[in-house]
Design a protein around this ligand. Structure first.
Ligand SMILES: Cc1ncc(C[n+]2csc(CCOP(=O)(O)OP(=O)(O)O)c2C)c(N)n1
Ligand SMILES: [Mg+2]
Length: 441
């Protein structure tokens, strides 16, 4: 008996010594090689430390040596460029409109035009998009009209996103497969994992559609980021995460948001194929998102694209970024690495663009935006009673009924006699009569 035990111990010891010598044995639940060197690590692999940034065009729009450009002809290039140019045109007008007090709030996408339009162009029109709030360009790419943009921001009677019940820039459109933006950060990340799972479970969409989820590097500090990535990692589904790393979360620079190598370094921790891309290079963004999308569908798994850019504008109209960053830094970034200029130079080098085309485009976009703005300004808000419709599916629940009845009671009391209420009611279609007409319960 004792001899037998000695034999077992000896055999185990021999196995251990062999395995550290050969370094090819594994513990039962991993494929981790055994090593005898005490070695902590802080990167996923030496080869990718730090994680490289994929780029195709240099700062003056010239293809890098060996760069494989995506399939692009003059028509597509013009479409990309026009869509990028539309964003600052809209932003300039709507930012000023907010300053005049005509809309309550606004957020610009200055500096992120290539990230947004390049991603939009690489997706299919019916891929489900879950955005954060700077992704209006995806909707515009899909044909969401300027009138609809204005209607949402003004919250007027033509607002199909939310009947004027949402803050500006909280767009949504089932027709354009664009899920309504919600203010609480990062909620879209686990939701996207769920949407992608639903796509996989739907025979007509399986292997055909992905859920594309945009989020900022600041939002990635939320617990929901990890919850979402965990879901996507363990319940495989075609979700394409696009992290817009623009250097800031309101006033917090990205250097204070993480101690690792950006957001990309987190992908491999969740077993997710990952790439970091120059977000100011529209062709690189297109290629990365296209390939990311292909992998999502081929493997039925999540993919992460981290697009590096710089938030040129203030965070929103509620922010003054010069309180926490130098004006000169912003001006430099705008000049040195401007995504729109980079692509224009590329187009010019191909003979696809010139100064006349630029002048014509700027005038046309400005005129289109101003026309929509003036129209939106002249429209009324929805009927006041719309405040209470379709908040939930099905019949009106008791809590909504109570709130509607309370407002109706207050309108009866103050609607006509108190000037601020009278003025406010004048902005609604039918001046609140739809509620007043209702019988008192
Ligand atoms: C849960 C939650 N916390 C805080 C906020 C306030 N907030 C709105 S935007 C923002 C910064 C987000 O930064 P980032 O994700 O990098 O997006 P960016 O604005 O740079 O596009 C914060 C803190 C919020 N909306 N929701
Ligand atoms: Mg940010």
């Amino acid at each position: 008996m004792i001899r037998r035990q000695i034999f077992v111990v000896a055999r185990t010891a021999r196995a251990f010594s062999q395995c550290s010598a050969r370094r090819r044995e594994f513990l039962p639940t991993t494929s981790s090689p055994i090593v005898s060197k005490l070695d902590f690590f802080n990167s996923v692999s030496g080869e990718h430390n730090p994680i490289p940034t994929y780029r195709l065009l240099d700062g003056v729009g010239k293809p890098l040596e060996g760069a494989e450009l995506p399939d692009i002809d003059e028509a597509l290039a013009r479409r990309l460029y026009e869509n990028m140019m539309l964003l600052p045109t809209l932003d300039n007008v709507l930012y000023n409109v907010q300053r005049q007090g005509k809309i309550s709030f606004y957020m610009t996408a200055y500096g992120e035009e290539a990230t947004i339009v390049g991603s939009a162009a690489a997706l299919e029109g019916d891929d489900e998009v879950l955005g954060q709030y700077r992704e209006m360009g995806v909707l515009l790419w899909r044909g969401f009209s300027l009138d609809k943009v204005m209607a949402q921001c003004f919250g007027n009677e033509e607002d199909t996103s939310g009947k004027g019940r949402q803050m500006p820039v909280h767009f949504g459109s089932p027709e354009h497969h664009f899920h309504t933006i919600s203010s609480p950060l990062a909620t879209q990340i686990p939701q996207a994992a769920g949407v992608a799972y639903a796509l996989r479970r739907t025979p007509s969409r399986r292997s055909r559609s992905v859920a594309a989820c945009f989020f900022g590097e600041g939002a990635a500090s939320e617990g929901d980021f990890h919850a979402g990535f965990m879901l996507a990692s363990t319940i495989p589904s075609p979700v394409l995460y696009i992290a817009r790393n623009n250097g800031f979360a309101i006033s917090t620079p990205s250097t204070e948001q993480y101690n690792g190598d950006g957001i990309a370094s987190r992908g491999p921790g969740y077993g997710i194929d990952t790439i970091r891309v120059d977000g100011n290079d529209i062709l690189a963004v297109m290629s990365a998102v296209k390939e990311g999308r292909r992998r999502c569908l081929e493997q039925g798994r999540a993919v992460l694209v981290e697009a590096m850019s710089y938030r040129v504008g203030h965070h929103s109209t509620s922010d003054d970024s010069f309180a926490y960053r130098a004006r000169a830094e912003v001006e430099d970034r705008k000049r040195i690495d401007n995504p729109i200029n980079r692509f224009r130079l590329f187009m010019e080098s191909r003979g696809w663009w010139n100064a006349d085309a630029e002048t014509e485009l700027k005038a046309r976009l400005k005129a289109d935006v101003m026309k929509s703005f003036k129209r939106a300004e002249s429209l009324k808000r929805c009927e006041l009673g719309e405040l209470f419709t379709d908040v939930y599916g099905g019949p009106e629940p008791w809590n909504i009924r109570e709130q509607r009845e309370e407002l109706t009671g207050l309108l009866r009391k103050y609607g006509e006699i108190w000037e601020p209420w009278r003025n406010e009611l004048g902005k609604f279609k039918n001046k609140g009569q739809d509620l007043l007409k209702e019988r008192t319960p």
